[in-house]
Ligand binder design. Sequence first.
Ligand code: GLN
Length: 322
Amino acid sequence: MESIESRLLALHARYAPLSTGETASYIPELMRANPDHFALSLTTVDGLTTSVGDDSIAFSLQSISKPFVYGLALNEIGREKLLSSVGVEPSGEAFNSIVELEKTTHRPYNPMINSGAIAITGLLAQISTTPLIDRILSLLGDCAGRSIENPLRIDQAVFQSEKATAHRNRSIAHLLRHFNVIGDAIESSLDCYFQQCSILANTRDLSMMAATLANGGVNPLTKEVVLAPQHVRDILSVMFTCGMYDSAGEWAFHVGLPAKSGVSGGLITVVPGVMGIATYSPRIDSKGHSLRGVRAITDLASDLQLSVFTSTSLQGRELATP
Ligand code: GLN
């Protein structure tokens, strides 16, 4: 049986030459990323990480922060109350769409697009007695298995770059205020949202974060219970239906796994009960997904029959321990 490391090396070799796509430009600082960087990391629910390529390069999480902050909100606001403010329906629109509030309820469609994520950060900020960003950093750090001496940090240049150019997200936040989804603290909520998007991590961290989701909220290495299992189920459901925005249907069909991408070029994929996978390559397509990452995960899911709809006797059968 082929080892996981040789599979990852083969995927790296297959897609490293792919040079279509550009680094994101609407956040100017993201344009500075090296388009050649490419990393693939995988962590099993036993806590074993296998990794190839530029896996020590830290990049800003961007939208990959969204499922984890949604988990924080499920815990602190509660499922039903949160559902009354943010839905769980795919929007079929781009991540930054402005026409993305439901017609009658005026809720954002789901927590994986900007309107839903900005609403969630705003709602959490309203009830937070300590700086919200510190709690977000701590939660994500616990998912990544980072120690207190080695916490996750924010890329201040990316944060300032997004804050200075966020006219579209600012207009979404004002629309949310208009419909009373969030309160008056618009700028401070947006600041927190931009900061959560600017948290730096590498693919090794991210594969551990994805593995924590695969493992029902328990970090596979530290064994810490970071998220409650019922909240992980809800997070994975919305990642499955909404995590890839307006290509979520294609992704479900070809890959069949919950995933979340970010415009900096990161992508996490969760194989529930088995492993978390993270890829990084900053060349993105028109929908904001990493081109190399999407191709590599599509191949891996197909080779190992990882789709959650694969008959259980076949799913992951080819998976050799790393
Ligand atoms: N910070 C980015 C934004 O709000 C995140 C978008 C993304 O990664 N898709 O536009």
